[in-house]
Design a protein around this ligand. Sequence first.
Ligand code: S3P
Length: 428
Amino acid sequence: MKLIQGNSLQGTIHVPADKSISHRSIMFGAIAKGTTHVRNFLRGEDCLSTLHAFKALGVPIQDDGEVITIEGVGFDGLQAPAQALDIGNSGTTIRLIMGILSGAAFDTELFGDASLNKRPMNRVMMPLREMNAQLIGANDTEFPPIKIKGGQTLTPIHYQMPVASAQVKSALIFAALQTKGTSTIIEKELSRNHTEDMIRQFGGEITVTGKEITIHGPQELTGQEVVVPGDISSAAFFLVAGAILPNSHITLKNVGINPTRTGILTVLEQMGATIEQTEIDEANQSATLTVQTSALTSCVIEGEIIPYLIDELPIIALLATQAHGTTIIKDAEELKVKETNRIDATAEELQKLGADITPTEDGLIINGPTKLHGGSVSSRGDHRIGMMLQIAALLTDEAVELENPEAIAISYPTFFEDVETLVNGATL
Ligand code: S3P
């Protein structure tokens, strides 16, 4: 498709609900006892994969278009699905559900789309096997389809994580909840903590001391009222657009500001953008964010901040193309195993538009500022690459053609409408 053009953005939008919290709201609702209501659930394809998987596991889930109602069945109330579970493109669904289903009484099989079937699963399967789970990848590899053997009694684990990953941590926490005894999980770097927060919200217990998590099982959780805040990872595209486009002023309502997710705000501020936070709702960890055109300078992004902005690195790379100086992103090798290899995808697609960007083993080096030009690019089936390229297209005078724009519906089905709203806001 031909991407939307318009070289400044103004106005107010509500970004869609948080993807990580939406997935977990269904999972916790299912494994709790009693009713859970979820408001502002993200109806993007990834979260719908989670919803359909739990329906197939016998959990009563109703969506009236406004509220999702889940009648929780507990871990032991899950039922054998009639067929293999189709997880689509969703890494979060497949990894977290492995932790849930490893202790089930029945066998399951999980498969994904072409991208998911190439993503590494040993990071979850190996520690789960230490807990007595039986999982096997396709042809004995670590890749989906994954078969999980039921009827295993899970045992507690003491595990030092070799990767910084909230998905691995969360899968192990779900498995630990089903054991008899105490598990300890030590993170490589702190990562998003929604699973820990939601265990407490659902009446469970978990102790976090620095990078060490202690959790005992078995625990029974109780259904809750969940209101999902907006996704800062979706807001990030407009935070960057507002900072790099001339004459821009954007207000984003109800954005999640859990401190394990706000690395993008730290980087924007470090590079010279001012992000104003108003209407802060402490209970829901959300706020209204306002950004405007800013003079930007380069920076180095490395170390412990990386997990706090891992999904934002493609759009941060675009930000860096408009900043004065050399921006260096390192310690981000995890980008290679996302929906695409995001180091290569970001560098190669932005190079097509004239960016001065070089991929490295663990990140990117970007020189700016550069005037981007038109061209033909591809999302490569990766929602975040597609959205980053649409924001890049707003900087060009010539047309930009995007291959495979549909991928954006994974996390932000109304993305192009929101771009239109803000482009038109500029002409008012
Ligand atoms: C997620 C964790 C991150 C992130 C993904 C969502 C989660 O993945 O990239 O989009 O909801 O736990 P990793 O745990 O693989 O870093």
